[in-house]
Design a protein around this ligand. Structure first.
Ligand SMILES: C=CC1=C(C)c2cc3[nH]c(cc4nc(cc5[nH]c(cc1n2)c(C)c5CCC(=O)O)C(CCC(=O)O)=C4C)c(C)c3C=C
Ligand code: FE2
Ligand code: FE2
Length: 353
């Protein structure tokens, strides 16, 4: 009689037991051409968390006004931003993906995704599903929570996994506006400029948000008054984007030893005619010059990678505004990009999520 054939247990796929880490930034056009910028703006602005009006009004606004008229103007600015490695936001995303993978090691699989355009969140999650990963960490690249940014990433991820038979354990990083390593990252960059030059004022300019979105997110419906309510970050206003931005400023001011009265927090890039959170950066700049500020160091700590909003808006457009108003020296502090301390921040965020 022949000896029975003993089947070894099925080989365990190498990826089983690993944790998937999806790092997600906002997104950028595939190229600075008008059709690609239009495609990007359409996807971005048709997101109901970004322009939060009913679908039909949003559709008419985006397809009838914003995409046709804004796309050619934005494309010109994207051409200024583009480098030989493409969009800085995407380029640094790819470098961070590699560096974070190296730092986290073999127990993790790191993938970069963009909320809009490519690489998509769908592609990243599909890859994790194919690998059979049963534990995921999602890290939106937005230090301060907003429904239009972090909230939108969460919604997209949940929308995709809801169709899966096995929905794995998923942990979401919510915000890191006050994370000590994130703060130290920007402080290190600031110190580099402060050692080279004597600045008489420090500007912290954050991406803006419609006031209505802050009000909608106020769980008490009474805390956010767009003023003193942002004087500290606590349980009741921890998701107020404006309050988180002021907290980031306070931490940076402390880390850099900037005296009271020598710094300002403001908000940039408003879209449309509704009130956005104030003060507006383009109104603050001439006021600062009128009050005597001549040498300004500008930070943009709502962004973790150089992008249109930092390099062009703060680094070039606001510089021009400052100089026209009579200012002498304007310096933008670049973003965290691929700095080692940003990678360390991400390792911390992943491991403590
Ligand atoms: C910091 C996080 C961001 C929030 C919150 C946010 C809200 C928000 N944005 C718009 C409109 C636009 N934003 C644009 C560019 C842009 N926005 C962010 C981040 C946040 N946006 C980044 C990182 C970028 C730069 C992307 C790049 O490719 O470099 C643009 C496109 C540029 C342009 O045409 O001017 C628009 C438009 C709204 C309406 C909004 C919340 C309601
Ligand atoms: Fe934006
Ligand atoms: Fe507030």
């Amino acid at each position: 009689m022949e000896a029975p054939v003993l089947h070894p247990p099925a080989a365990k796929p190498k990826s089983i037991g690993k944790t998937g880490v999806l790092i997600v930034n906002l997104g950028t056009p595939d190229s600075p051409s008008v059709p690609d910028v239009r495609k990007y703006l359409r996807e971005f602005l048709m997101d109901g968390r970004v322009i939060d009006v009913p679908f039909v009004s949003r559709f008419l606004l985006v397809n009838g006004i914003i995409a046709p008229f804004r796309a050619p103007k934005s494309a010109k600015v994207y051409k200024q931003l583009w480098t030989e490695t493409g969009s800085p936001l995407k380029y640094y995303g790819e470098v961070v993906e590699r560096e974070l993978q190296r730092s986290l090691g073999d127990d993790y699989v790191v993938k970069l995704a963009m909320r809009y355009q490519s690489p998509s969140i769908q592609a990243g999650l599909d890859a994790f599903q194919r690998l059979g990963l049963t534990e995921l960490v999602v890290v939106p690249f937005f230090p301060q929570y907003a429904s239009a940014s972090t909230g939108s990433v969460y919604e997209k991820v949940m929308d995709i996994v809801k169709a899966w038979q096995v929905i794995p354990e998923i942990r979401f990083v919510n915000r890191f506006a006050d994370h000590p390593k994130f703060i130290e990252g920007f402080a290190q960059l600031g110190r580099k400029y402060m050692a080279q030059h004597d600045y008489d004022h420090f500007l912290f300019s954050y991406h803006g948000l419609p006031e209505s979105q802050i009000r909608k997110g106020d769980i008490t419906k009474s805390v956010c008054q767009f003023g003193e309510c942002c004087g500290s970050l606590h349980a009741l206003n921890q998701h107020c984007y404006r309050a988180q931005c002021f907290e980031t400023t306070r931490r940076l001011v402390r880390a850099l030893g900037i005296p009271e009265g020598k710094y300002t927090t403001s908000f940039q890039s408003r879209l449309g005619s509704d009130p956005w959170i104030k003060p507006y950066t383009d109104e603050v700049i001439p006021e600062l010059v009128a009050k005597g500020a001549k040498r300004v160091l500008a930070f943009s700590p709502a962004f973790v990678a150089d992008c249109l909003e930092t390099t062009i808006e703060v680094g070039e457009e606001y510089k021009e505004l400052f100089e026209k108003a009579g200012g002498q020296h304007w310096q933008l502090v670049e973003s965290l990009n691929d700095s080692p301390i940003w990678i360390e921040t991400l390792v911390d965020l992943v491991k403590t999520a």
